[in-house]
Design a protein around this ligand. Structure first.
Ligand SMILES: [Cu+2]
Length: 166
């Protein structure tokens, strides 16, 4: 899917670049080129090249690679107002895949460390299983909270799981 989107994006960008070059060429075809126009066209060409280089350089790390084979798959089920997590053995220093879904309304699955810092999150959406991968580098107790208002006891939709030291 990502390769298809990339291919479509490249084709559209090539078409836009071609239209841009054609428009620039057509704009100067029936006039005598002056020094100012030549300078302007060179500036436009330079900015285009710089823009392409900056875009490619800044987009190289995306899309993020999804780890192919997680060390553990943890199923998460959200409901009003609880989290059901089969997280008995969450490994340390190895990728873990959380498969998150809901049995009723939309919830926000968020994992918080002992310092209260949000580590990652994804939505629990009716009819879908969202996968989020994470590698725990610190053993400890992690808190799961709901990040999407889901009813009167939303604030109390909290549970915990433990990542044991090796
Ligand atoms: Cu909620």
């Amino acid at each position: 899917m990502q390769m298809t989107v990339l291919a479509i994006s490249l084709v559209v960008m090539a078409a836009l670049a071609w239209a841009f070059v054609a428009a620039v060429r057509a704009s100067g075809s029936d006039e005598v080129s002056t020094g100012v126009e030549t300078q302007r066209n060179r500036l436009i060409a330079l900015l285009t090249v710089v823009g392409v280089i900056v875009s490619i350089a800044s987009l190289r790390p995306w899309p993020h690679a999804v780890s192919a084979a997680p060390a553990a798959v943890i199923n998460v089920s959200g409901g009003q107002w609880y989290w059901d997590i089969d997280a008995q053995d969450v490994p340390l220093h190895q990728p873990v895949a959380f498969n998150v879904h809901t049995v009723d309304v939309t919830h926000g699955f968020g994992v918080v460390n002992e310092a209260g810092r949000m580590l990652f999150q994804t939505q629990a959406i009716p009819g879908y299983a969202n996968r989020v991968d994470y590698t725990f580098d610190t053993p400890g107790t992690y808190r799961v909270v709901c990040l999407e208002y889901c009813g009167v006891a939303h604030h109390d939709m909290i549970t915990e799981f433990t990542v044991a030291a090796e």
